[in-house]
Write a protein that binds this ligand. Sequence first.
Ligand code: MN3
Length: 246
Amino acid sequence: MKTRREVIKTVALAGTLAIAPSLVQAQNSGATIDTSVYPLKVPPLGYPFDALEPYIDARTMELHHDKHNGAYVDNLNKAVAQGPDPIQKMTVEELLRNLDSIPENIRTAVRNNGGGQYNHSFFWKLLKKNNGAQPSGDLAKAVDQTFGSYSTFQDKLSEAAIKLFGSGWAWLVLDGDKLEITTTPNQDAVISRLTKKEHPIIGIDVWEHAYYLKYQNRRAEYVKAFWNVINWDYASEQYAAAGKAA
Ligand code: MN3
């Protein structure tokens, strides 16, 4: 039996067939972050721009959400509009999991802007002031088992975020059944790495646009503040969903 990836590849290359809705819904069931299809829109923030003050300021959130995410969406729509019909029916997740089947003339644009849309769709939901709370339940247990303690985990993810050269993301992912800390450059999404089965649990956006207005060059201060705006309920939901899909 063909894997879903092979099916999509075949369909995309055929160039004329639409992907059946049943196939779309079968995608990594339970762990889907973004099921929207062309024409894409900026996902709603879900809270006021100033909801994360003083850790992330309102002006940064407004520009980040409306302008930066907005540009990724505009550019993704422009790229997808040039692609064959099946590509216009693929979700952002499907596009990113099948980059090698995207026509070459739009592949880089889909990678960068599709990754931008996917990563930010996740990021807006991950953010919520937590009053210093820590993870609980199964996620807390897994963090302790994997890293030894919550504070060791904090140190390691913070270090990955601070040391990442240039623009990109630091992640806590579930890769199969293992929690791991990893990074991606630019707007690359972990789900595009086909040798792994990574699903994001936490993602720290370390592009300067995420922090420069308030923290200027002090990325470490932003990363320290970030621990106060992790929505642990959302992270736990992603952990549970990714575990079921693995
Ligand atoms: Mn960003």
